[in-house]
Design a protein around this ligand. Structure first.
Ligand code: C5P
Length: 306
């Protein structure tokens, strides 16, 4: 079988519809019960055949290129190294990332790029890595990376890396307000520890959100949304609380910090409702407001017809 000379893989941003956090484990990670949803805000990663491994970047207007690491710290780069190690060889490729997912925004943009790199390099080199191995390598790269491979709507347990698809009959419309300044995930978890010194080791379950997903009703989901990192994130960035109040007073069914923040997402009733809310938030002075729906597919090859 001949291998392609170029492969493009699309990987979606995630939001957490439920993020239940337990007391830190001995390894420092927090046990989670989370419900992830992949939304239609995506990075595209193209791997071109090359003699060396390299990484290039182009970014959307709302992404600050200066904040994206392009050296060995980049998760896509690390994905190439780990996948190569699994196959006992060094993988090469010119990786070009077209970034639309904000950096350090609580939307798992770096994880999306890592998942896309795994799939793209697997195809570029005809490695035939099994799904189980890809998921295992993804878990080594970061807690959110297995979900970035899987997509759709899924329950995450462990530290978030154990993922399982769940029933979701709705089409959910979201307005996203990214922030120019990222928040550090470890800092938000540390602040959670400070605010909850007596946290239960067992994270709160996700039943309310799982039930709402089975109804497909936006109001039911709005009532069930929960993020245990929201209070710590707002404590570190009080303006996020103000933004949530503003979005809800402009008609959002519910506003929520996404993951460890600082992106804020607003659940809407329909596409029209989301566009109206986005317009209203733009008029109140937020320079960047995006509309996306979920759930969308996980990391997948974008067909090339040329
Ligand atoms: O797994 P990942 O590399 O994305 O995690 C980044 C950081 O976020 C960890 O080093 C840890 O500080 C924190 N974290 C955590 N509990 C989790 C996931 C992440 O404390 N379940």
């Amino acid at each position: 079988m001949t291998t392609p000379t170029t492969v493009t893989v699309r990987a979606a941003a995630k939001i957490n519809l439920h993020l239940g956090v337990g007391a830190a484990r001995e390894d420092g990670f927090h046990p989670l019960t989370t419900v992830y949803q992949a939304i239609g805000l995506c990075d595209d990663l193209t791997a071109h055949a090359a003699d060396e491994l390299s990484l290039e970047l182009s970014v959307a207007d709302w992404v600050d290129a200066a904040t994206v690491p392009v050296d060995g710290d980049n998760l896509a780069h690390r994905a190439a190294v780990l996948l190569g190690r699994h196959h006992g060889r060094e993988l090469t490729g010119r990786l070009v990332v077209e970034k639309s997912i904000p950096v350090a925004g609580g939307l798992a943009g770096g994880s999306a790029d890592a998942a896309a790199a795994l799939v793209a390099l697997d195809r570029l080199h005809g490695l035939g890595t099994t799904d189980a191995d890809l998921l295992r390598i993804a878990a080594e790269l970061g807690s959110d990376v297995p979900f970035a491979l899987l997509g759709g709507t899924a329950l995450g347990t462990g530290r978030g890396e154990v993922v399982e698809a769940v029933t979701d009959v709705g089409t959910w419309w979201w307005v996203l307000v990214p922030s120019r300044n990222g928040l550090s995930t470890p800092a938000v978890y540390r602040h959670f520890d400070k605010l909850h010194p007596d946290a239960d080791p067992t994270p709160p379950d996700a039943e309310a959100v799982l039930d709402a997903l089975r109804t497909g009703q936006p109001l039911s989901l709005a009532r069930a949304l929960r993020n245990d990192l929201q209070d710590p994130a707002i404590d570190l960035r009080p303006e996020l609380g103000t933004l949530i109040t503003r979005g809800e007073s402009e008609g959002a069914l519910r506003g929520l910090v996404s993951g460890s923040g600082p992106s804020v997402v607003f659940l809407c009733e329909s596409a029209d409702h989301a566009r109206d809310l986005a317009g209203a938030l733009l008029r109140t002075g937020h320079p960047e407001v995006l509309v996306a729906n979920g759930a969308v597919a996980g990391s997948h090859v974008v067909p090339s017809y040329v």
